[in-house]
Design a protein around this ligand. Structure first.
Ligand code: PLP
Length: 442
């Protein structure tokens, strides 16, 4: 879509936002922000999540009535359909996104003494699973423009102990898989993609979760395909599928499903998906494409407007990201360009306009739970006090620290309403930009 078309639609689609922004982003006559006594742009709520249909309820009740409450035909059917949806050969459903990542690393026999490369701009679970295997997390700093692992810094983090690289497709925007996979290939290191926020996201026209050694998904209640809790591993490698399956289901073989007790692996656990989740996912999946299309249309329209506002920077996508899942709508605030208005002041002003928003993640490499885990008895025994004590300084991520101070998010559900909802968001941000200097003092 050309800029010209965007601009025209934007101007005709929303008189108030157009007034607020003026031509070329020069602001004239914007009404007073709510925080300074003006009236808020919005008083209504946004679509709630999850969206529950009658077919969801029927699907679960049928499982209850049939008494098939364990991993059974609904889970298997979901696995077939989810693999097909993502152009992957194998899908192993499991209890959560965390267990999908944990099982993938378990299948690779990641353990004490190993290093696993992770980005710092992600949910804690990306690192939790590394710690569960008593491996060492190694952080690669973020590319602030994209919010994703900076591929230019990846190779320097690789050592002879690196057992896996875990790129995260945060917010549904796909990490630079061309460069990450090329580096991983060169060093023969497996890649476990954290696609927990990236349902239907694509890299060069193919599902983001189908490129690496495995791709891991979450179906936790907030995610774009929800079943309360749930997860899935995608892979095109039969041996890897078999190992993931065995790890998550008490050493059983992939083909034998829940009946066989044939021995096939070492460390293992039970992280099975229940039949209730499988049935609910089959029903929710009917709507996934339609909802994804609506999010994309709204997000692209919103970006075309926000790009015209000085000091507001929507997250850049890598060229290879041909489809963004928009689990989060992410952008950054340039405080200097906004007359010194801080991100936190911006967020306060935007919330006062009736637009809910979040300041996003804190620097994960500085999270207390990591430091505590590294100073636990097991870690001290495996790595020694010096390695544990110097870990923090070896894992500084200054770009990510800045990103965490600049970021603002909207949740995916805010992208599920009419286009006029986007006009309102742009209008509210336009007001804040126009009155930024006054808001600094508010
Ligand atoms: C949600 C999420 C996970 C974990 O998934 P759960 O199903 O909540 O265990 C992992 N990584 C990222 C990036 C996530 O957003």
């Amino acid at each position: 879509m050309s800029r010209g078309i965007n601009r025209r639609r934007f101007v005709t689609g929303s008189t108030s936002a157009a007034v607020a922004l003026g031509l070329g982003g020069v602001v004239r006559g914007a009404p007073k922000p709510a925080l300074l006594g003006g009236s808020p742009v919005r008083r209504k709520g946004y679509p709630s999540w999850p969206i529950v249909t009658e077919s969801d309820a029927e699907a679960v009740i049928e499982v209850v009535r049939a008494g098939r409450w364990y991993r059974n035909r609904s889970v298997q059917e979901f696995e077939r359909k989810y693999a097909a949806l993502n152009q992957a050969k194998y899908c192993v459903a499991c209890s959560s996104g965390t267990s999908a990542l944990y099982s993938s690393l378990g299948a690779l026999e990641v353990g004490p003494g190993d290093e696993v490369i992770v980005p710092p701009y992600t949910f804690m679970a990306t690192v939790t699973v590394v710690l569960q295997h008593y491996a060492m997390p190694v952080f690669v700093d973020s590319d602030r423009e994209t919010f994703l692992m900076d591929p230019a810094r990846l190779e320097a983090a690789i050592t002879d102990r690196t057992a896996a690289i875990v790129p995260v497709h945060i917010g549904g925007s796909v990490a630079d898989l061309d460069r990450i996979l090329a580096i991983a290939d060169k060093h023969k290191i497996p890649v476990i993609g954290d696609a927990c926020q990236a349902h239907l996201a694509e890299w060069r026209g193919r599902s983001a979760g189908s490129w690496a050694t495995t791709g891991c998904y979450s179906f936790q209640r907030s995610k774009n395909l929800p079943s309360g809790e749930g997860g899935a591993i995608l892979t095109n490698d039969e041996a890897m599928a078999d190992k993931c399956y065995a790890f998550h289901n008490c050493c059983r073989r992939l083909a034998s499903w829940s009946t066989s007790t044939e021995y096939t692996g070492g460390r293992n656990t039970n992280l099975r998906m229940t039949e209730f989740q499988g049935a609910l996912l089959l029903s929710q999946m009917e709507k996934i494409e339609e909802r994804a299309k609506l999010r994309t249309a709204n997000a692209e329209y919103l970006s075309s407007m926000l790009r015209q506002i000085p000091g507001v920077m929507p997250a850049r996508m890598y060229d290879g990201c041909t489809r963004n899942a928009y689990h989060l709508y992410m952008f950054r605030i340039d405080s200097q360009a906004l007359g010194g208005l801080s991100r936190d002041q911006f967020v306060r002003a935007l919330r006062a306009e009736g637009i809910p928003c979040s300041t996003g993640y804190h620097p994960l490499n500085k999270a207390r739970f990591i430091d505590d885990a590294l100073h636990s008895r097991g870690y001290l025994r495996v790595y020694g006090k010096k390695a544990v004590d110097t870990w923090a300084e070896r894992n500084e991520c200054p770009e990510n620290d800045k990103l965490c101070e600049e970021a603002v998010w909207f949740s995916q559900r805010m992208l599920l309403g009419p286009r006029s909802d986007m006009d309102e968001i742009a209008e509210a941000i336009g007001k804040i930009q126009a009155h930024a200097t006054a808001l600094v003092r508010a």
